[in-house]
Write a protein that binds this ligand. Sequence first.
Ligand code: SAM
Ligand code: SF4
Length: 466
Amino acid sequence: MSKKLFIKTWGCQMNVYDSARMADVLAPLGYRPVEEPDGADMVILNTCHIREKASEKVFSELGRLRTLKDRKGSSGDRMILAVAGCVAQAEGEEIVARAPYVDLVFGPQSYHTLPEMVARAARAAGSLLNTDFPVESKFDHLPDDTGAQQGISAFLAVQEGCDKFCTFCVVPYTRGAEFSRPVAQVVAEAERLVAGGALEITLLGQNVNAFHGEGPDGRSWGLGRLIRRLAEIDGLARIRYTTSHPRDMEDELIRAHAEVPQLMPYLHLPVQAGSDRVLAAMNRKHTADDYRRIIDRLRDICPDLALSGDFIVGFPGETDTDFAETLRLVNDVRYAQAYSFKYSPRPGTPAATEARPVPEEVKTQRLTALQQLLDAHQFAFNQGFIGRTVPVLFDRKGRRDGQLMGRSPWMQSVFAEAPERLLGRIVPVRIAAAYGNSLSGSVETGEFVLSPPRGAAAGEPVEALA
Ligand code: SAM
Ligand code: SF4
């Protein structure tokens, strides 16, 4: 009998990927995803611990879910309530103590054992806590024949964990040591995704460019080599990867940006700060000029590369002069898009014990100033596309009737009036207007469809695709 599974996901793309794989693992037990928790047989909260308030959000969500669980219980049924992800890993014991009605608490490395955990939870009363880092890789135990239904644009985890220990970051503690999947396993999963309809695959890892998976030749392959291999898959039109660390931007990967047409001209390369003093205190192990040199090399080889980054303002001890260095770096690089955050002390990380916190109001002022600059650059970048025709992979319906939405190669969201039959195609769109976060334009009919639907001839005009 079919059972209802509701998963709520917070945080990064890796969590989105993990949630999809949890659904895969539970599918053979009869669980089918539903859109609402009310009436579900199992609810999983897949959590993120990267910034503060994460656990409060989880506890308030659990409070609401408890009512639904009680209601289901009073009608003689059971809702299995689970907390997964990085909050579960970091604060599992507290969850069990504060919310004993939670049935399962498990970290990011053990969800391949969900069938076993569910069976144990069904037999036992009380919470089951599973936050060990198992010796076996979960990837060796995930089902092969699923995970293929992600749609037009899919995620594929190739690397997990981190050994870099930036002093502000919880990832090395919640996700564990760095681990790369073998190349053959990644290629097989990519082939399944493409067979299931994916035209675009984003390779995921907390430090994805540290990838060093075992190749079929028994040697360690870097991310650049892996991308070249994936580009050989027939039907895979676009490859992306995220998130990268400047220290792992190796030559082969940089060259791939010039030589592999499927690799999109977009790179998310967080720098966090522009002051060498702050970078050293963060344990980033690179300077601002090291970062500038990497950007120069990338732009030499791939002049239209769009850059994205992450920034933290108000790291302990950050002075006005340090912050001015961040603004200078931003002005030098001119990001197409970026994420910026106030520093948030994370329990258990070295920076959390730092004695020189930056006052909250100063953090707020700095964040506002930084975001104004980043927004201005993003807007200018988008404005530069007006009048250009760009290939857009339409992967969803737009907000308005008759509108489709997709991504340009540079990750911009692009809206256009377009018939639904163009969903899942890469179509030339002439850009008429640019906004802070998106572009809009019209489909160039009579031009060539850049990726024909399966079975259609390449180069078939858009109008012929009725
Ligand atoms: N591995 C990536 C790197 O090395 O840049 C970052 C991964 S982290 C999951 C995503 C982003 O969250 C970071 O780039 C950082 O900007 C932000 N972040 C992490 N810890 C933070 C903290 N304690 N306070 C504020 N922002 C934080
Ligand atoms: Fe966190 Fe990224 Fe630093 Fe690793 S490299 S500790 S994931 S910020």
